[in-house]
Write a protein that binds this ligand. Structure first.
Ligand code: G3P
Ligand code: CA
Length: 235
């Protein structure tokens, strides 16, 4: 997709998780109906090796069960109710469902997600008519982003910074990052000077997770390039 034509990217956070159970196909469908440009979701690896779309390392918060995702096989995870009767989807189920209607932001949450996620991205680019522009891979963990950059020089990378501006600037240059995704509360990063600095380097800046009109307006005026929201119709 040609992002440059969009004034501001509307990003559905975990789908449209303010309306539907997060990180489920039902939530993704709602985000698409609400007209997002991109959908963000989180991934882990389960015991049988599949990449599954779920935020937490444990299933406790989003299902009625307990335990680590990494200790359950896909068959076991598929028996759980992720809300309103929805199942925990695999990454491939999500990509098939989205079917390159919008771009996807895959957040690498769980350990050992980088290589299997990359293998799936490559398969969809090479065999399923997806393109590099359809994918944005992000993580709070710099080592995962370094790993993915080593695997492929063309994958678009989003930094989820925990540290200083100096560290962010150095990571942008090391990884040739596409974007920096900041908490909307981070006034140290989401200010005119830093946004201008990133824009001069051709890097986009996105804000998460913004669920109120006042902050959405503030961030638009500041000049961010995209906003993640659980209620993407607010954008
Ligand atoms: O990627 C932005 C945002 O999703 C990061 O925080 O905890 O919602 O994954 P979290
Ligand atoms: Ca996330």
């Amino acid at each position: 997709m040609n992002w440059s034509k969009k004034a501001i990217l509307k990003i559905g956070h975990r789908g449209a998780s303010g309306y539907e159970p997060e990180n489920t196909l039902r939530s993704l469908e709602k985000a698409l109906v609400l007209g997002v440009d991109m959908i963000e979701f989180d991934v882990h690896i389960c015991k049988s090796g599949e990449v599954v779309v779920i935020h937490d390392g444990k299933v406790n918060r989003t299902t009625h069960s307990k335990g680590f995702v990494r200790d359950k096989t896909l068959d076991e995870l598929k028996k759980l109710d992720a809300g309103k009767g929805e199942k925990i989807p695999t990454l491939e189920e999500v990509l098939d469902f989205v079917n390159h209607r919008v771009a996807v932001n895959i957040e690498l949450k769980g350990e050992k997600t980088t290589k299997p996620v990359y293998a799936i991205i490559k398969k969809y680019i090479e065999n399923r008519n997806w393109s590099y522009k359809d994918f944005l891979v992000s993580s709070f963990d710099d080592s995962k982003l370094r790993e993915i950059r080593k695997l492929d020089s063309k994958i678009e990378i989003g930094l989820l910074p925990k540290r200083t501006k100096t560290h962010i600037v150095s990571m942008i240059s090391e990884l040739s990052a596409y974007s920096v995704h900041c908490s909307y509360k981070s006034k140290g990063l989401l200010n005119k000077n830093f946004i201008e600095l990133l824009h001069k380097q051709g890097v986009k800046i996105f804000a998460w997770t913004v669920n109120d009109k006042k902050n959405i307006e503030r961030l638009k005026i500041l000049g961010v390039d995209g906003i993640f929201s659980d209620y993407p119709d607010m954008l």
